[in-house]
Write a protein that binds this ligand. Structure first.
Ligand code: FAD
Length: 306
């Protein structure tokens, strides 16, 4: 079995990708760039970590990181490179595949090894179906969707140093700022309260946030609520052009349930939908359906939860 190289600058995602590597088989090595804490956490979980410490690399310069990964893959004899399918991971996947002449699949939600084929499942046709695809050829770059695999938990890991010739950056990073306080990682949330265009006005958002806070959930929304009404940033959008989410619980309020939305939430463990239309499409995928005005329901839930 070919060697596997794993990389994500997010420790939780790197752990999930390590589990995906275990499905493929063989020995996975993990590259960690400029993050001693991550190197320790992954090694504690049982991973063989190859740590690169060099102040000349900026993770924001995805082209340069792709060059680093290319050389690391050569040095560590890895033909299969597994990345996270978050925004930066997807960009990295394409750039790296181009540099090493590999086939590339992103948004992979499940992996199955069938003979010498690594079959990957990903959404196709706008999320209306799930396609099983594999990469022909030895070199493969596969980006795995967050929360598709359980975090890896093993023992007996190691931390090794790796020396890489750092390529000159073609990008000058002037400043790296933390994300604004508004941003949220809905793809990683355990619980979501999701609002759609059934919400009457922006003034109703505080009661949605109150409900979310009471049950320890993040607030998310359908696309038009962010892109047309601009009530939330696009970080909150669930669906094909937003985030693929797999929470334990999704309370979906005033969303019709078109496929571009449902593709982002259909893997939630429990779905409760509130809609005034008893024939709303969202009801067909919900575990609990309430045909009611969301404003009254949220108000009552907030009162009950105290
Ligand atoms: C290429 C492409 C990509 C897209 N990507 C995405 C995506 O990533 N995410 C996404 O969400 N959409 C996406 N869309 C848009 C998608 O097709 C739908 O238009 C969108 O999901 C509809 O949002 P909605 O359900 O909030 O609004 P609507 O379809 O208008 O539904 C509103 C719902 O609220 C109900 N309602 C009204 N009043 C109340 C009330 N008082 N109480 C309870 N219920 C009420 C109505 O019965 C209705 O079912 C995409 C579209 C395209 C073409």
């Amino acid at each position: 079995m070919a060697g596997i190289l794993v990389f994500s600058d997010r420790t939780n995602l790197a752990l999930e990708i390590l589990t995906a590597a275990g499905v493929i088989g063989g020995t996975a090595k993990v590259l960690v760039i400029n993050n001693d804490e991550q190197a320790q956490a992954l090694s504690d979980a049982g991973a063989d970590v190859y740590k690169l410490s060099n102040d000349d690399i900026s993770l924001a310069d995805v082209g340069q990181v792709a060059e680093v990964l290319k050389e690391a893959a050569e040095k560590l004899n890895a033909d299969i490179i597994l990345l996270s399918s978050n925004r930066r991971g997807k960009e990295l996947a394409g750039r790296l595949a181009q540099k090493i002449g590999a086939g590339c699949l992103t948004d992979v939600s499940a992996i199955n090894v069938n003979g010498d084929k690594i079959e990957c499942q990903r959404n196709a046709l706008g999320g209306a179906t799930v396609a099983t695809q594999y990469i022909n050829g030895d070199k493969k770059v596969i980006a795995v969707s967050p929360r598709s695999f359980a975090p890896f938990a093993g023992s007996g890991g190691s931390i090794n140093e790796i020396d890489i010739t750092i390529p000159a950056s073609t990008v000058k990073v002037l400043e790296v700022k933390p994300k604004a306080a508004d941003t949220v990682d809905i793809a990683a949330a355990e619980k979501l309260v999701i609002v759609g265009q059934g919400l009457n006005s922006k003034d109703d958002i505080p009661m949605i946030e109150e409900l979310a806070a009471k049950i320890g959930a993040e607030v998310a929304c359908s696309k038009p609520v962010a892109t047309d009404k601009k009530w939330f940033s696009e970080e909150h959008v669930v669906g094909l052009s937003g985030k693929i989410c797999k929470p334990e619980l999704a309370i979906i309020l005033g969303v019709s349930g078109q496929v571009q939305f449902t593709v982002g939430i259909r893997d939630a463990k429990v779905i409760a939908a509130v809609n005034t239309d008893e024939n709303a499409t969202i009801n067909t995928m919900a575990d609990y359906v309430l045909t009611a005005d969301l404003h009254e329901v949220v108000k009552e839930m907030n009162e009950i939860l105290g």
